[in-house]
Design a protein around this ligand. Sequence first.
Ligand SMILES: Cc1cc2nc3c(=O)[nH]c(=O)nc-3n(C[C@H](O)[C@H](O)[C@H](O)COP(=O)(O)OP(=O)(O)OC[C@H]3O[C@@H](n4cnc5c(N)ncnc54)[C@H](O)[C@@H]3O)c2cc1C
Length: 378
Amino acid sequence: MGLGREYDVAVVGGGLLGSSLAWGLGRLGQRVVVLDEGDIAKRASRANFALVWVQTKGLGLPEYTSWTLRASETWEQLAATLETETGLDVCFRRPGGFHLALGDREMELRRDVLARLHNQPGAADYRTELLDHAGVRKMMPEIGPEVAGGSYCPYDGHVNSLRVFRALHTAFGHQGVDYRPDHAVTAISGNNGAFHLTTRHGEIVAGKVVLAAGNANAMLAPMVGLSAPMEPNRGQIVVTERAAPFLHFPMTTLRQSDEGTVMIGDSKEDEIDDRAHHMPIDVMMANRAVRMFPKLAALNVVRAWSGIRVMTRDGFPIYDQSESHPGAFVVCCHSGVTLAPNHAFDIAPMIASGVLDEAVVGAFSARRFARPSGERAA
Ligand SMILES: Cc1cc2nc3c(=O)[nH]c(=O)nc-3n(C[C@H](O)[C@H](O)[C@H](O)COP(=O)(O)OP(=O)(O)OC[C@H]3O[C@@H](n4cnc5c(N)ncnc54)[C@H](O)[C@@H]3O)c2cc1C
C-alpha cells in the first residue's frame, strides 16, 4: 500500500470540481485524499469568468435547465457555509443577469435561442425576459445606443471564483482532507473497495475513486471502465483597472468584480494551447464591450489571459459510475463555478453512498454519446 494510508475516497484532480466534491465528502465524515498535479498544470478553475449562470443553459438537454436552476438556488447556502467555516466571503451576488444584443440581428438570434430552450419538453419552468433598448436602459442607464435590447434572467449571478477555490481548499483542510499536489495519477487498478492509484510518490489505496481531473478524465476514465469524451476549447479574458461600481448586473461577456475591475470575455477558440494569446481577439471583445458601455473606453486594460475549458463532446456534464469497477465515478463539466453547490451537496452524498441517483445517470451518463448526438450546449 505504498504510503501506508487508507482512504474511503480518492478524488483525482484538485480543481473546482475535485474541491467541491472533496469538501462535500469531508462534511459526511469520509476519509478523503485529493491527488492533484503541480502548480503549472492547466486549470480552468483559475482562469474562468466567475458567472453563476442559468439563462440559455440546457438547449439540447432539458434536464440541464433544472440542474443549473437548482445550483443558482443553492449558491447562497454554499457561500454562507463556506464563510462560516473559513471566514472568507466569496462575494456571491444574484441580482439577475443580462445577455445584451448589439443590433436587431443579434436580438432576433437571442429570441430564437430562448424560444427553443423553453419550448423543450421537460425544460425547467422559469422565464427569461426579453427587453428592448429602453427596457434595458431602465435597469442599466449607461448602455450605448447600439444596444438593441437583451435578455434578463433573475436567477443569474456571479461570485469571486478564486476565493471560492481558496475557501474550498481551506474548508476541506479543516475537515482533515489530505490534499496532495504533485501527485499526478498515471495508472489505476483494482476494484471492489480497493482501488490502487499510481503516482510518482508511490501508490495510494482507496475504497472509491472519483475522476475529477478536467479534460484529463478522457485518459483516466478507461482505466476503470468509464468513458469521458472531451472536446476542450480555449477562452480569452481581458481585465481593466478598478473603477467605482457602475455595472450592477453581470452579463454573459461583461461583469464588474467585487474588487472593481471589469472583466471582458470570453472568447471560444478551438486552439488548446493556454500559453498562446491573440491580441485581435482581445481587441474584438473590448470593442464590443465599449459599444455596450461607452464609458469603458476610458479604462486601462491591466491583465489578459487564456484558459482551457473543460468541455465534454456535447457541452453538457458527465456524471457516471462504472459497471465493471463499482465504486469508480467520473465527474466533469463546463460551468464548474455555477454547479459547485450541486457537486458538494448532491453528487458528493451520492458518491459516499456508492451509487448515483437514477435521474442523474439517466440524464448525464456518458452512455448518451453512444446515441445519435443532440445539440451542443450554449
Ligand atoms: C475562459 C473560461 C471561462 C469560464 N467561465 C465560467 C463561468 O463564468 N462560469 C462557470 O460556471 N464556469 C466557467 N468556466 C468553467 C469552469 O472554470 C470549469 O468548469 C471548472 O473550473 C472545471 O473545474 P475542474 O476541476 O473540472 O477542472 P480544472 O480546473 O481543469 O482542474 C482539473 C485538475 O485536475 C488535475 N489533473 C489533471 N490530470 C491529473 C492526473 N492525471 N492526476 C491528478 N490530477 C490531475 C489538474 O492539475 C487540475 O488541477 C470557465 C472556464 C474558462 C476556461
